[in-house]
Design a protein around this ligand. Structure first.
Ligand SMILES: [Zn+2]
Length: 265
């Protein structure tokens, strides 16, 4: 699967191999846990932004678009999440499409265009200049991994990514970073609770949402392995190495046959 990575600076690509059961059962704990999954799915090839084992190179916004592509492959286009109401504790259900999230987070308005006009780059090393002379680069998965190992993650990230003293322009650099590298995370304002009517802000972050969705499906993967092993006598390793799509085709066949047998019984 080829993933289009596009922002105000242009279009690049990465290629992902199909997801297998081994990927679905990976331990995804920790900050940016899905990075481990992405790392193994990336394919080498000329012109790709990052190849196998090179997830650290991806800027966070690029990484988010790859995670979005994986979410789409595994679960489809629709996002359905829920958050507890701060007032009554009941769940607030929220649904939107992944496409809408990407479009909204990547949308530029007139003020944004003004800031973009003051930007040169990125150059081949990913360095961007906010004119006249503040150089920065967009934080990568590698930067975040490094930062989370330190006692001052925010400070480490800043020192790694802002190469000149931003001084009075710190806010402008922040804004430029957000424009060139929009994350797929958002605050859903004014979300009303259907039970008590209380209105609150709900946070959504695609990376952790995808991680939880994969973790929730693990018991299903194990059940599918059990079913295929019992029916075809394939080994657990063979089944887990199959692309997820193929595994699910076989499971569909077995369940279809069982349903037909029940209907005739
Ligand atoms: Zn409520």
């Amino acid at each position: 699967m080829d993933v289009r990575i596009e922002n105000a600076a242009g279009v690049r690509w990465v290629r992902l191999r199909p997801t297998t059961g081994i990927d679905e059962l990976l331990d995804l704990d920790g900050a940016l846990g899905t990075a481990r999954l992405v790392d193994g799915l990336l394919c080498d090839g000329p012109g790709f932004l990052a190849g196998r084992g090179q997830v650290d190179r991806l800027a966070l916004w690029e990484f988010d678009l790859v995670v979005a592509a994986i979410y789409r492959e595994l679960f489809g286009e629709q996002i359905e999440c829920s958050a507890p109401c701060e007032s009554c504790g009941e769940g607030i259900g929220i649904a939107f499409s992944l496409d809408d999230l990407v479009t909204e987070q990547h949308h530029l308005d007139a003020d944004d265009a003004e800031i973009l006009e003051c930007i040169d780059g990125p150059d081949d090393g990913g360095v961007i200049t906010l004119r006249p002379d503040i150089r920065f680069r967009l934080p990568t998965v590698g930067d975040v991994t490094e930062a989370t190992r330190s006692r001052d993650p925010g400070g480490v990230l800043l020192r790694r990514c802002v190469l000149d003293d931003a001084g009075a322009y710190a806010e402008a650099v922040d804004r430029a970073m957000a424009l060139l590298g929009p994350r797929l995370a958002t605050e859903l304002d004014d979300t009303p609770c259907p039970t008590c009517g209380y209105v609150q802000q709900v946070s959504f972050d695609l990376e952790s949402f995808t991680r939880r969705a994969i973790e929730r499906e693990r018991s299903l993967v194990v059940r599918e392995v059990h079913l295929l092993a019992r029916t075809y006598h394939w080994s657990r390793a063979e089944i887990l190495e199959m692309p997820r799509v193929q595994r699910q085709w076989h499971v569909g066949l077995i369940l279809g046959e069982a349903a037909a047998r029940r209907a005739h019984a």
